[in-house]
Design a protein around this ligand. Sequence first.
Ligand SMILES: Nc1ncnc2c1ncn2[C@@H]1O[C@H](COP(=O)(O)OP(=O)(O)O)[C@@H](O)[C@H]1O
Ligand SMILES: [Mg+2]
Length: 235
Amino acid sequence: MENSSIIQIENLIKSFPMGKTKFTALNGINIEIGKGEFVGLIGPSGSGKTTLLNITGSLDTPTSGEARVLGNSVGTLTAKQAAKLRKENLGFIFQSYNLLAVHTVYENVEFPLLLLDYTKTERKKMVMDALDWVGITDKVKSKPPQLSGGECQRVAIARAMVKKPSLVLADEPTANLDAANSHNILQTMEKLNKELNTTFLFATHDDKVISYLRRKIYLLDGRVDKDEVLENSKR
Ligand SMILES: Nc1ncnc2c1ncn2[C@@H]1O[C@H](COP(=O)(O)OP(=O)(O)O)[C@@H](O)[C@H]1O
Ligand SMILES: [Mg+2]
């Protein structure tokens, strides 16, 4: 199973209307990603990283070509099917954490489980496990405004991981963090990748993130410029 494919992108084109013309953000992308990879989309601002991540996460649809995620062709899913794919199989981590400020850490991490069929007792165990994975069980009753940026991002990782999704999509997850916190959350994600075989797909231009990746897919002007697989992870 280790190397079975989880994402297949074929001849993907995405353009956005721009007044009377259009802007092509992704211009013929072909990528296949296997289960358990720790891989990043790397490129300067505007190269199409977020657009590709959003389509992979079924938050957006292709203009043409195909993006298959766990066998689901994203462009053909109804809104309801896409929501089901996300809630059952995908975790999201954003630059801005996107935590609910008026809710506790516990409630924030529990939130994705409320969309699924778990009992309260099952949820409690899953939430506490996820907080343990990211080393933040002591903040379970705190609210996000009382936490540091690094702590907020660890809570966001716990929220993304709590249901043990097959695939986690992380868009510039270190953009608001200092170096020490960046390394801390990257080590946490790397550990979860290894222990749970969760596939991680990053969008980043941060050298700290890039140094952890085992595969580097460079985007330039909406195309794959280079696709490097490291034989042995340096860590
Ligand atoms: N909804 C949108 N409407 C119009 N243009 C967009 C939209 N989303 C992204 N773009 C454009 O597509 C290009 C790629 O954007 P994006 O995927 O966000 O790049 P990156 O994440 O690499 O910085 C940019 O030029 C951006 O302005
Ligand atoms: Mg982006």
